[in-house]
Structures are given as structure tokens and as C-alpha cells.
Design a protein around this ligand. Sequence first.
Ligand code: CU
Length: 128
Amino acid sequence: MRARSLRGALAATLALWGPLALPLHAAAHAIVLESEPARDAKLAEPPPRIYLRFNSKIEKRLTRVSISATDGRAVPLPVVADGSQAPDRISLPLAPLRAGAYVIRYKVLAADGHITEGALRFSVLEPK
Ligand SMILES: [Cu+2]
């Protein structure tokens, strides 16, 4: 009887602390699953927006995204954090871009408290 309740208590403790102790948090790291433009895309038309979908919820108030022409300075793209968009994705409208190469840099805080940084490159081709 006593051994059984001890095992029960141990199981309950593991259930409580196991998820914190195991390296499962990596699954909650914010990784980009889908993007528009796609990575290294060569676009005939300027993209109307930047869209990023992550594998987990992100803390939008602490998420930063910028765009830069590869030879120019970075321009921040404001991230809407009013709850009007799904918690695992961001959509940022763009003013029309000229032909050229661009880099999107993002720094996001995932639900597990870890920050992920990344970059996405694409280019807009000269009109034919
Ligand atoms: Cu993590």
C-alpha cells in the first residue's frame, strides 16, 4: 500500500516536472514553417507582403522584423500585436519594392521563452 502510493507520488511528480526537465522545449522553438516570399525566391512582381508562419505561438510584442536591400540599411516592419492575426504567424504589408535583392531579418520570442533569429532572402527581378 505504501509502496504503491509512493510510486503514485513519484509518477505525479514526474508528470509535473518531466516536461520541464526534458529537452522537449526545442519543439516549441520558433521555426519558420512557411514564408512568402519563399526563401531565395526570384519574383517577377514585388511581393505585397511578408508572411511568416512558425511552428509555435510567438510573442508579437517582442518580435522584430526588418527589410533591407542587400546594399542598404534595414527598415523596420511594424508587427501587429493586437490579437487580430493568428498567434503563430505574422503578415506585414510592404510598400512596392524596386527590382533588387532583399533580406528580411526576424527575431522572434517563442512561447517557450527562447529567441530565434533568422533571415530570408529574395529578389525582385527587373521588369521585362
Ligand atoms: Cu526553445
